[in-house]
Write a protein that binds this ligand. Structure first.
Ligand code: MRU
Length: 361
């Protein structure tokens, strides 16, 4: 029996990724010792989920740097790291965490350069700084998720028992641990407040059926799987108290990119007067974009829709549109739960995300 589910394992100079393409049938960790391997694991979605993508990108580079045989000088080290980060950023376009991690790392290293200019071992120091910062991301993400769990559970303070619907996978398998939206469900469960969780299967990649269901069963949380097409009827029939979902990118007005199908859940929740919460660490917030219109939506291969486990289920020759994410307008969102607290709505029903973050600094 596994002690805890981990999407990524980093210890004893080894970085391993749980191959989520094989779940739930097989539970196999694969060694990831290079940026090439990390890039491919992200692109093929062996590892997925906005925070896990960013952390995996940082850690595959950290391991590659640790194993680097040649000694690079300061300028060469900077060039090496910056180029690898740029390359990793080409893997998947929608989750902002990856881009923010790369920008932040570059700025930390850039600031350090000045102190290392005359240091003969400057290259090594810069490399070690990157490795240290990459390793720190694991713990930061877990503690952010636990805070999100706490603030998210408070949103249901008035109810004694709640039934919650979630979408996609936002748990331990999408993060360094604990999870965001699933972290809220986990917290409610640990407080004895969760009556039942419902998870959408999340076609076409089935993160809900394969991964969230796996986590819920593993954690012994009372839960039921539904197909995406059942969500409105579930809301009508089952007395759902809240919908909680994750985010790949929350922009300045609160518009949110998340797994395809999130938008229709938000519309259905509005119709049924059910609160709809987005759970996202500040690493998923992108205040450089004003509204959801500016977000690039990843389109995935057509085979993800036409096939299941390599078995074709759709007619040959049919056209396919496979956007991996959609944008939920801020006006449909009740609150955005971050590790710093819940961002409240403004007078026009959107969110002043930068203002909230500024105040919390
Ligand atoms: O395509 P995926 O599986 O990477 O999409 C995952 C999601 O949409 C999650 O809801 C989001 O990344 C948040 S994970 C904490």
């Amino acid at each position: 029996m596994l002690l805890s589910l981990e999407a990524i394992r980093y210890k004893n100079n080894k970085f391993e990724i749980l191959n989520q393409l094989l779940l739930p049938q097989e539970f196999i960790y694969e060694d990831c010792s290079s940026v090439e391997q990390g890039f491919s694991a992200i692109k093929t979605m062996k590892v997925r989920g906005a925070p896990a993508i960013a952390i995996s990108a940082a850690l595959c580079l950290a391991i590659e740097l640790k194993n680097l045989k040649s000694k690079l000088n300061l300028v060469e080290t900077k060039k090496y790291i910056f180029e690898k980060l740029d390359y990793l950023c080409e893997s998947r376009p929608t989750a902002v965490n990856l881009f923010k991690m790369a920008d932040e790392m570059k700025s930390i290293l850039q600031n350090e350069l000045i102190h290392l200019e005359n240091d003969i071992a400057g290259g090594e120091s810069l490399k070690n700084l990157f490795i240290k910062k990459a390793e720190e991301l694991l713990q930061i993400d877990i503690s952010d998720n636990m805070s999100i769990g706490h603030f998210g559970a408070e949103c249901f303070a008035k109810q004694s028992q709640v039934k919650i619907l979630t979408h996609c996978n936002t748990g331990s398998l999408a993060t360094a641990g604990y999870g965001t939206a699933l972290g809220i469900i986990r917290t409610l469960h640990s407080q004895g407040k969760l009556e039942h969780a419902y998870a959408c299967e999340t076609r076409p990649y089935n993160q809900g059926a394969r991964l969230t269901a796996f986590e819920l069963v593993y954690e012994k949380i009372s839960a039921t799987l539904i197909s995406d097409s059942m969500a409105s009827f579930l809301m009508k029939e089952k007395g759902i108290h809240g919908v909680v979902v994750g985010a790949d990118r929350v922009v300045a007005n609160g518009d949110t990119a998340n797994k395809i199908g999130t938008y229709q859940l938000a519309i259905a929740a509005k119709y049924h007067n059910i609160p709809f919460y987005v759970a996202a660490p500040s690493t998923s917030i992108d205040c450089n974009k004003k509204s959801g219109k500016e977000i690039t939506i990843e389109e995935r291969p057509k085979k993800e829709l036409t096939h299941i486990n390599n078995i074709q289920i759709a007619a040959d020759g049919i056209n396919v549109w496979n956007p991996s994410f959609d944008i939920t307008p801020a006006t449909l969102i009740t609150g955005i739960v971050t590790e710093l607290g819940v961002i409240p709505k403004n007078t026009i029903g959107e969110f002043d995300v930068s203002e909230f973050l500024e105040k919390k600094k």
